[in-house]
Design a protein around this ligand. Structure first.
Ligand code: AMP
Length: 278
């Protein structure tokens, strides 16, 4: 069944209010891949009506980032979502989300200024603002998000708790290419060689798990090894952090259930990946 395309906030809100049953919501910036589609599949299984939004949100890009180059292919996205029987696609324009005179921002403090927030200080303010708006419009029962953007997941859970949204956020596992590279719309920017070098991100995380299994627990030791591996593959490290999965606080020693998060620039593309230590 072809999903119904909805362009305005008023129309989307009206439809959502009239839906009987549970609403599962998947926010995306489009150019969909298996990572996005995995979220839609889980939402289809767990809820009655699935709404997917496609909006390349300008406020989460800083002026020197890739907003203009960000890949887009709406027709293909619609086709993929039709195949999965998504019910509604919310496709607002920039002016619909941020009309002239727009002045309100949602900001989660502290945990948005570490990790990705260090090099992208205004990024999460853009994410929380747009997701808060989308949640107000759609009022979903469940929102499905990928662990690929692990900090985003923690930040949005904090926002939902602090602002008393009724929506429950469901974190879903990272979907990878056959060779282990975490799927991302930005992988498209990589050359053939860059694509090969990019495998060092997951390799370095698997190495950390191996060290943990060998009872090497010191974070600094493991971080240094990861940095070497990334640099040997022509990557420039943005950060490598070992953190508590709930608070994102730095851990001096690895423990079961902690997360290792890496961000590195390969060629000119900033890639992120993470692993839960088990
Ligand atoms: P984006 O379109 O990049 O904003 O991503 C939309 C949603 O898809 C977010 O919740 C992401 O975490 C999720 N996502 C992106 N890539 C993956 C992946 N490889 N595996 C699982 N979820 C993903």
């Amino acid at each position: 069944m072809k999903p119904i395309l909805v362009k305005t906030a008023n129309e989307m809100a009206k439809i959502s209010r009239e839906i009987k049953g549970t609403i599962g919501f998947v926010p995306t910036m489009g150019y969909l891949h298996e990572g996005h589609l995995s979220l839609v599949r889980v939402a289809k299984k767990e809820t009655d009506v699935v709404v997917v939004s496609i909006f390349v949100n300008p406020s989460q890009f800083s002026p020197n980032e890739d907003l203009d180059e960000y890949p887009r292919d709406i027709d293909r996205d619609i086709r993929l979502l039709s195949e999965l029987n998504a019910n509604y696609i919310f496709l607002p324009t920039e002016n619909e989300v941020y009309p002239d005179g727009y002045k309100t921002w949602v900001n989660v403090e502290k945990i948005t200024q570490i990790l990705c927030g260090k090099s992208r200080p205004t990024h999460f303010r853009g994410v929380t603002t747009v997701v808060a708006k989308l949640m107000n419009i759609i009022d979903p029962d469940f929102m499905y998000m990928g662990e690929k953007d692990f900090q985003q997941l923690v930040v949005l859970k904090q926002m939902v708790k602090d602002l008393n949204f009724r929506t429950k956020i469901i974190g879903c596992p990272i979907i990878r290419e056959n060779d282990g590279l975490a799927m991302s719309s930005r992988n498209k920017y990589l050359s053939k060689q860059g694509r090969k070098n990019a495998l060092c991100l997951q390799k370095s995380l698997l190495l950390a798990q191996k060290r943990y299994n060998e009872k090497v627990f010191t974070s600094n030791k493991i971080i240094a090894e990861i940095a070497d591996l990334i640099e040997n593959n022509k990557g420039v490290v943005d950060y490598i952090e070992i953190v508590d999965s709930y608070t994102l606080e730095h851990l001096y020693e690895l423990k079961k259930g902690c997360r290792i998060l890496v961000a590195a620039i390969i060629e000119n593309t900033r890639l992120i990946d993470n692993i839960e230590i088990t």
